[in-house]
Design a protein around this ligand. Structure first.
Ligand SMILES: [Zn+2]
Length: 300
């Protein structure tokens, strides 16, 4: 049922006017905009369309991680202003993909500092040039290679790079006091991931990056995920990191086995709905996983 027919049905049920409870239900089912949700301390998430956005608002201090697309970023900015935020002290991109950095442009004049990994900016430039949409990009102003840290308000924010994984420029962003880590697209929670070989992705190294994350953070760390499958949350704990590692290991093992039988990428994709050993990963795009694994295993 879409929003309009839901309103129509509800209006009939209530004699053409919505009760407050129904209005709240309607808003939760069909939000015009996304919702800012607190996770812990002053740190939360914003979800609308695209990769999950992380944010921190502490008095006048505002930090935003990723920006979805321009319309979604504008909705978030208006909600930040409603909460008293006037400008963004620090904008961070977990990586360059358009559903994470496309909304940067909406922060023009609102955020002077944009931080990302060196390769994230490089990939953003290459991608924008090939798509011919350079004028709608707002690029990072500060780059780093292995680790970057700064204090905003009373919170210490540390970016780490553990090597190529989903792309060759994925940052893990740690809000140290709140003990929340934004994983960007290093974690697709029970949903077939995009593995961007054209931007230097490595499945084998991705498994190791998830191991390094578990070594670096602790059992109380709360993680934010770029995307999730239907019915799964965009936040979680180290068990979800292990499950993602298991998906990637299972993917390599499965594709290797099919390649030994002499099957092509197309043939493997055609016979595959799920990856044996990781059946909870679903959605569209199993073929993207298979082609990336095929390419990586062919390089040996
Ligand atoms: Zn991505």
């Amino acid at each position: 049922m879409n929003r309009r027919s839901f309103v129509h049905h509800s209006a009939i049920l209530t004699g053409l006017s919505l009760l407050p409870g129904q209005k709240a239900l309607l808003k939760s089912l069909f939000p015009d905009e996304g919702n800012m949700t607190i996770l812990r301390d002053n740190v939360g998430i914003y979800t609308e369309r695209g990769g999950t956005i992380g944010w921190m608002i502490e008095g006048d201090s505002v930090v935003v991680v990723d920006t979805q697309f321009p319309d979604q970023a504008r909705n978030l900015i208006s909600q930040i202003k409603q909460r008293g935020g006037k400008s963004v002290d620090l904008l961070i991109n977990t990586h360059h993909h358009g559903d994470h950095s496309g909304g940067n442009i909406a922060f023009q004049g609102m955020a002077d500092r944009i931080v990302a990994h060196t390769n994230s900016k490089k990939n953003q430039e290459v991608s924008a040039k090939s798509r011919g949409n350079e004028e709608s990009q707002l690029y990072p102003t500060e780059l780093y290679d292995t680790e970057w840290s700064d204090q905003i308000g009373s919170e210490t924010i540390t970016l780490r790079y553990f090597g190529a994984a989903h792309t060759d420029g994925d940052s893990l962003i740690h809000f140290e006091n709140a003990n929340i880590v934004h994983m960007g697209d290093l974690l697709f929670n029970r949903r077939f991931p995009f593995i961007d070989k054209s931007a230097g992705a490595s499945i084998r190294n991705w498994i190791d990056v998830l191991q390094q994350a578990q070594r670096t953070f602790d059992k109380d760390t709360l993680y934010i995920f770029g995307h999730s499958g239907a019915g799964y949350p965009v936040t979680g704990n180290k068990d979800d990191l292990q499950a993602m590692q298991n998906y990637l290991r299972s993917l390599l093992k499965y594709v290797k086995k099919q390649m030994k039988k002499g099957l092509s990428v197309e043939e493997i994709t055609k016979i595959t709905d799920q990856i044996p050993g990781a059946p909870e990963w679903t959605g569209r795009g199993v073929g993207r996983s298979i082609s990336a694994a095929f390419e990586e295993l062919s390089e040996q």
